[in-house]
Design a protein around this ligand. Sequence first.
Ligand code: SF4
Ligand code: SF4
Length: 112
Amino acid sequence: MAYIVTEPCINCKYTNCAAVCPVDAFREGPNFLTIDPIDCIDCDACVPECPVEAIFPDDEVPEEWEHYIELNDRLAEKWDEYLINETKDPLPDADDWAEKDEKFELLKEDWD
Ligand code: SF4
Ligand code: SF4
């Protein structure tokens, strides 16, 4: 099992979650964080830290976001060098984006 970051994180990236992970399982993309399923030890510490309730155990991911399970795996590999284990400023307008749905198309995979 592993924990999964889902759609509410896109364009918010508050990063509270990454600061509490005991095994540094989070990786950072331009406007989304992902969890490396190999590193995650299912401790649940990150879930209550996320202000937009974006993180779920993989067997509890809401059906409409199940594609994020494969996505976390793939992006954790792609962003392997972008380990994040501390809090940073959220993205501009994060509070506005936190209210919005249907953000998948906005996910940026490439840093440049
Ligand atoms: S706390 Fe939530 S919104 Fe912020 S980076 Fe973590 S998963 Fe994304
Ligand atoms: S469940 Fe625990 S180990 Fe897994 S990403 Fe969250 S804080 Fe890290």
